[in-house]
Each structure stands twice: as structure tokens, then as C-alpha cells.
Design a protein around this ligand. Sequence first.
Ligand code: FDP
Length: 315
Amino acid sequence: MSYSEPGKTRFQIDLRRHLREQGICDNLIHLICEIAEASKYVINAVRTGDLGVAGTSNLYGEEQLALDVLSDRILRKRLIHSGVVCCIASEEMDEIFTAQATADGLYSVAYDPLDGSSLVDVNLAVGTIVGIYQGNDLLQPGRRMVGAMYILYGPRVSLVYSVGKGVHEFTMNQLMEYTLTRENVQMKPSGDMHSPGGLRKKYSDENERFVRYLEDRGSKLRYSGGFVPDINQILMKGKGLFMYPALKDAPDGKLRLLFELNPMAFLLEQAGGAATNGDMPILDIVPEGLDQRAPVYIGCREDVAKAAEFLNGTC
Ligand code: FDP
């Protein structure tokens, strides 16, 4: 259903009301609303904050920007004080932070506070990615998530979430409220756009053949360099495939399972798409550590299946 037909008066459904209609528990509603509140401070930091480096590096040895550190702090504080979170981990932290010793009725959250932050200085879109688990175990397959969401800081700010009952998009209005713009987003089985991450000269022959196959099929290149806008494009257009494969010098690719891949795989599957590492669905991978990476092919289910066929030699 569309709530944005031009020329018609719209009845605006806000995020909290929509969450209530999902029949989920109050703690989960509160948690998602708290993350939405935190995102208002993150967008303010992105728009007006210091673009310099923080002088520190993260778990992966990557230089942190002042904005990475600030966004992490904004989310961390909000989550800790939410009263409904027992554990948190983020791409910018070295270890799991325990907010409350008890796990009863509480959630654990894995998040990337500002994905694509290297694009902020050139004014391209970036985003926050969040995966939510029940209890205090963050090292479990993504399929056990009870919710996932991202917030995209582009020319407009949008929030896309799922609690296992479809994928829904909200857009920030002039009062900084998130109101429903698309409900039950659905992916087509196959598409004509692809977003290939990583240096192509470092691709294996199988990956190179797969990309040539897509190009020969007439697929258009649509790669922004930011995982959140690239996935948002695929979800909202309902078509396309994003890949960040194993590279010759990076056998697990670049993207992080807990903070980036699992939440996006959850959303794509909820919309009728798919996500694989080439061997198995991303959501079935059992994480061995917070910093685990995985190759990824995510988008329309037939295109993802075709990628796996090229990789396992049946195509
Ligand atoms: P960034 O390093 O700018 O934070 O995982 C981070 C990420 O960006 C993704 O947002 C993006 O899809 C990918 O890395 C881009 O990597 P390449 O520059 O290697 O294509």
C-alpha cells in the first residue's frame, strides 16, 4: 500500500504506531524507537560535525573518523540507558559491552554506527545498520535475530525495519518524525542492476565470469561505495544484486557478518530476496567472533542463486 500518492491527503503513520500494529512486545518497540531517536543526533553530526580523523583505530586496524567515534557514542549511550538492552557490540568497539547482567526479557544489539563513513567528506550517502537478538548471545546465526533495521542519511533520511513481518520504510519529516512511506517492500525474482564491490582485478575467475555474465545480460552498474545506500537502492527498486566477493588477498571479502551482512540479509529475505556467501545463506553462518567477515551476494533470489552456480562451477 502506498501512503504517498501525489495530490491526496495523507494520513501519516508514525513508527511507534506501526510497531504496535506488529504485535511485538513493548520492550522491542521501545528499543527500535530509541534507535530511531539516536539516529536524529547521528544525522545532525553527519550534517554539521567534524570531518577529521579521531586519532584512533578500530578492531580491524582501520583509522576511525571523529564521526565514527561520535556516532558510536550516541548509539551506545542511548542503548545502555534504554533499560531493555543487556549486551551491545559495534564495529567501532573492541569487545562486547554488558549493559545489564540479566538477560530476561532484554535484547542484545550489534550495530555499525556509521557505515561508509569514508564517503562523508565527499557528501555521499551513509547509514547506520542494526541487528537485534533476544537475550545476551550475540554470536549466533543471523536467522535468530528478532529484528533488523538501517537508517540511511541521504538527501532524505529514511529508516527501514523488519521484525520478521515484512519490510517497511519510514521517512523523516520536517518535524524529525519517521512516518511510513512504503509497507511490505517486495523484491522481484531477478533484476537488471548490479553493485560489485572490491577491486575487480582481485576477483577469482569465477567471480569475473559472473560479472561478465551480468554485463552481457544487460545489467547496469549501480555502485555508490556505501553499503546502506546500495542495499536501499536494491530494496526500494525491488531489483538488483550487490556483491562483495572473496578477493585474492582477502578470502573473506570485506564486509562484516555481525554488523553489516546479517541485518541486511534479514531485511532482504523478509522482502523475498536472498543473501549467500556462495556456499550457504548468510543468515545460517555461525559466527566465531565479532570481527568475522564473509563474502556476500545479496539481492534478487534468482540472481543470488546464479552467483552460487558460477562459484560452485555448475554454470
Ligand atoms: P567504508 O569502508 O567506506 O566504511 O564496510 C564498509 C564499506 O564502506 C561499505 O559501506 C562499502 O560497501 C564497502 O566498504 C566499500 O568497499 P570498497 O571501497 O572496497 O568497494
